[in-house]
Structures are given as C-alpha cells and as structure tokens.
Design a binder for this molecule. Structure first.
Ligand code: PRP
Ligand code: MG
Length: 215
C-alpha cells in the first residue's frame, strides 16, 4: 500500500525532514541538487512529491498525495475542503502582516477612511481582515515578490508573510499590522485515511510524538 507525501521546497521541507525521520522515513536524494519532483525514501512504500506551497492542499484534496505538510496561510486560502487536519506541526512559523513603504502613513489613511490599494497573494486573509476593520480595499492579486507593489506605486500596502523581517527591511518597507500567526499543518486526504488507515496512522502518530517531544 503505497503512500505519497506532498511537500514544498524550502523551510517546510527542511523542518519536515526530522518529523519524517521520526516515522522512519528518509528521502534518499538531496532534493536541492535535483530537478526531479518525485523522490524515493528509505521506506519502499513511501514517496515524496515536491509541489508549490499553495498546491499542497490541492494535491491532498484530490488524492494526488495521501498526506502533506501545508502552511496555515495556504490552507486558509485553499479553504480546507476534503482535508483532514490532525496536527499543528509547529514548524515554519511566521505571520501574515500588512506592510507599507517607509513613510506611508497607514494609520492616517485608515483613520481617514481612504480606499486602500492592497497587493497580495493572500486575498482571502486580506479581504476578511480589512472587511472586519471596515476598511475599503482594492485588491490586486499577485503570485510572489509582493514587496515590489508599493515600491512601484502599484499599491499602498501589501499583505504578506513575515518571518525574519529581512525582506521588508531590504526593500524599505515596514510592517504596520500583524494579521495572523502561521505554522504548518499535517493534512490528510479523507478517503486515504480510511483506505490506508494503518500506514497513515503510523505516520500521524510518529509526527505527533516528535512534535510533542520538541515543544
Ligand atoms: C516569503 C514572503 C516574504 C519573505 C518573508 O517570500 O513572501 O517575501 O519570504 O521572509 P523574511 O521575513 O524572513 O524575509 P518567498 O521568498 O517565499 O517568495 P515569494 O513571495 O516570491 O513566493
Ligand atoms: Mg516573498
């Protein structure tokens, strides 16, 4: 009974490696040195596929993968349909925040009831946040490098992930309001959980123990 795990490159992959190890699973190749997208592991029944972070919930929802590790940012944007979310893995922690160009008076603009041009890939999170504040926004959907939007005059503000804050600083932007804390979740295909209960339970339990031991 083979198991496919969907991960995304970068911090999520790196911080998932020790959790996989706790379940006796090791990717047998250096993913950073390869252009491959499917990787074998030390468990002949388990393979890892690498997809875009925002596609992890999609692969798991439609059964392209049995389970995956997804940031809660991607999960909110996806909606979580068809996914069982048994564990907060407490990894790849960061936050989604509003940021503006250094010098832009965000508080004043909000107070004045100005219409804000907001560029983001997190349109669901941003829409809900500004709606709750009663701020009218024109949303510009982007797929990356959001930092450029205020710098080019295309937007007043961005809604993006902030981890170290280095990217904002490097681009002369300032974080003006945190929106939500983010961490990665284990997501499981609901049908897989029934059909492949034993091997999936083993992985979920091993992950749970590793998370508990670390936190
Ligand atoms: C993410 C995020 C920020 C940056 C935050 O971008 O969108 O730009 O990391 O991290 P920091 O606070 O530690 O600097 P990423 O590099 O993943 O690329 P993308 O936005 O183009 O997808
Ligand atoms: Mg970015």
């Amino acid at each position: 009974m083979s198991i496919t795990i969907a991960l995304s490159k970068g911090r999520i992959f790196e911080e998932t490696v020790p959790l996989l190890a706790a379940a006796g699973i090791e990717v047998t190749e250096d993913v950073d040195k390869s252009r491959k997208l499917i990787f074998d592991t030390t468990n002949p029944e388990v393979r890892v596929v690498l997809v875009r972070a925002s596609d992890v919930p999609v692969y798991v929802q439609y059964g392209g993968a049995d389970l995956g590790v997804s940031g809660s940012d991607s999960l909110i944007e996806h909606g979580g349909q068809g996914l069982y979310q048994p564990l907060d893995l407490q990894i790849a922690k960061c936050r989604v925040s509003v940021a503006v160009r250094n010098g832009f008076d965000y508080a004043h603009a909000v107070k004045q009831g100005a219409r804000l041009k907001v560029a983001t890939k997190y349109t669901t999170i941003a829409r809900e946040f500004f709606a709750n504040k009663g701020v009218h926004v024109d949303m510009i959907k982007l797929y990356g490098s959001m930092e450029l939007a205020p710098l080019t005059g295309m937007a007043d503000a961005i809604v993006d992930l902030v981890s170290t804050g280095n990217t904002l600083r490097a681009n002369d932007l300032v974080e003006v309001e945190p929106i939500i804390d983010i961490s990665s979740r284990l997501v499981v295909n609901q049908a897989s959980l029934k059909l492949k209960q034993k091997p999936l339970r083993h992985i979920i339990d091993a992950f749970a123990q590793a998370v508990a031991a670390k936190n």
